[in-house]
Design a protein around this ligand. Structure first.
Ligand SMILES: Nc1nc2c(ncn2[C@@H]2O[C@H](COP(=O)(O)OP(=O)(O)OP(=O)(O)O)[C@@H](O)[C@H]2O)c(=O)[nH]1
Ligand SMILES: [Mg+2]
Length: 326
C-alpha cells in the first residue's frame, strides 16, 4: 500500500502558501523545478476518500463535497488573483508518483499519498498577545494537525525580518515543536517566496540569474543572517533529529521567451503574450508562471535533494552544493 504523508504549510498571512500549492502541479508540467527532468514526477489531485480509504467516514463526507475538485478551485482562485485562506484552513490530497530515474531509496518511497494542509496565516502564526478569542478552537485543531505532520513547509516572503511582527511567533513555534513529546515530524523546509521579485531590474537576464543555484544560496545566506528564529530552528535539527532545508520559490515565475519576472500575471495585458491561434488553457504554457513551486513539496514527501535545496551545512559554507538546474 502507498505510504501516506501529511505536510503542513505554515507562514504569515499573505506569505504565498496557497499560491505555491496552486502552482505546484503546473511547475511539474513545465519542468520548472530544481530536479532532473529524468525524474518525471506526477502529482495528481485525489479525493479525501481515496487518501483515507473508501470505506471510511471520509468517503461519506466526499458525497457532500467531493463533486467539485477542491484543488481545481484553489488553482482557479489563484489564476484570478488569489484570496486569503479562511481561518479553518483547507486540506488537499494528492498521489505523488515518479516515472523516471531516481535513486533506489527514493523510488521505494513512491508512489505516496499526500495530505497537504494549507493553514490560514493568522492561525498558523497567531498573535499571542491578543486576548483568547473564538479562534481558540481553530488553533487547537491546527496544533493537532501540526503535530500529526510528517513535514512542515514554512513559506516566508523575502522581506526584511526585523520589520515583521511575526518573527517572535516563529521562534516560539519552533521551540514548541522541539519540545512536543509525540510529534512525528521528520522534515522542515523553509521556503522563501516571491523569489522572482528580486530580479525585476535585470530584464531579460532575470531568468538566467534565477536559474543559478549560487544566486539562491547567496540570497538565502543574506536573509537568514538577520532571522532571529534561526537558533530555535537549529535546535529542532539537533534536538529532535528533524532534517531542515532552505530554498526559494515563486508562484508567479518568469515570462517565457522574454525571460523577465512575471510581475503581475493577473493583469489583462497577459493576453498579449498568447500565441496566435492557441486558445484556452494552453496559453498558460506561454509562461514560466511557477518557479521551484513544487520543490518544497517533493522534498517534504520524499527527502529528495534538488539543486536549490540547501542544508544548514551548505548555508554555513561547510558543504558544497552540486550541479545547477538542468
Ligand atoms: N510577486 C509574487 N506574488 C505572489 C507570489 N505568490 C503569491 N503572491 C501574492 O501574494 C498574495 C498572498 O498569497 P497567498 O498565496 O494567498 O498567501 P497565503 O500564505 O496563502 O495567505 P493566507 O491564506 O492569508 O495565510 C497574493 O496576492 C498572491 O497573488 C509570488 O511568487 N510572487
Ligand atoms: Mg492561503
Amino acid at each position: 500500500m502507498a505510504e501516506k504523508l501529511t505536510i503542513c504549510l505554515v507562514g504569515p498571512r499573505g506569505g504565498g502558501k496557497s499560491s505555491m500549492l496552486a502552482a505546484a502541479t503546473d511547475c511539474i508540467v513545465q519542468s520548472a523545478h530544481g530536479y532532473s527532468p529524468d525524474l518525471r514526477p506526477t502529482m495528481q489531485s485525489i479525493t479525501r476518500a481515496a487518501f483515507h480509504g473508501f470505506d471510511s467516514v471520509s468517503a461519506k463526507l466526499d458525497i457532500f463535497d467531493g463533486l467539485v475538485d477542491d484543488y481545481q478551485k484553489l488553482r482557479r482562485a489563484f489564476a484570478e488573483g488569489g484570496a486569503p485562506t479562511d481561518a479553518r484552513g483547507r486540506e488537499y490530497f494528492f498521489r505523488l508518483t515518479l516515472h523516471g530515474d531516481a535513486p533506489r531509496e527514493i523510488r521505494e518511497k513512491a508512489p505516496c499519498l499526500l495530505r497537504i494542509i494549507d493553514a490560514a496565516g493568522g492561525v498558523a502564526i497567531p498573535d499571542e498577545t491578543a486576548p483568547a478569542d473564538a479562534l481558540t478552537e481553530i488553533r487547537d485543531d491546527f496544533a493537532t494537525k501540526l503535530l500529526s505532520a510528517d513535514a512542515i513547509v514554512f513559506v516566508l516572503p523575502l522581506v526584511r525580518f526585523e520589520d515583521s511582527g511575526w518573527v517572535g511567533d516563529m521562534a516560539r513555534l519552533f521551540e514548541r515543536l522541539a519540545l512536543a513529546p509525540d510529534q512525528k515530524l521528520r522534515r522542515v523546509i523553509v521556503a522563501f517566496s516571491h523569489y522572482e521579485r528580486l530580479f525585476v531590474r535585470l530584464g531579460p537576464s532575470a531568468f538566467t540569474y534565477a536559474c543559478d543555484p549560487a544566486v539562491a544560496l547567496h540570497v538565502l545566506r543574506r536573509s537568514l543572517r538577520s532571522a532571529p528564529w534561526i537558533d530555535s530552528l537549529r535546535a529542532l535539527e539537533t534536538g529532535a533529529k528533524v532534517d531542515i532545508r532552505f530554498t526559494v520559490t515563486s508562484a508567479y515565475g518568469f515570462v517565457k521567451t522574454f525571460q523577465n519576472p512575471n510581475i503581475d500575471p493577473h493583469r489583462e495585458g497577459e493576453r498579449r503574450f498568447r500565441r496566435e491561434g492557441v486558445a484556452g488553457s494552453r496559453a498558460l504554457n506561454e509562461f514560466w508562471r511557477p518557479f521551484l513551486a513544487v520543490d518544497p513539496i517533493l522534498y517534504a514527501a520524499l527527502a529528495l535533494e534538488s539543486a536549490f535545496m540547501f542544508s544548514y551545512a551548505q548555508i554555513d559554507g561547510s558543504a558544497q552544493k552540486p550541479a545547477a538546474l538542468r
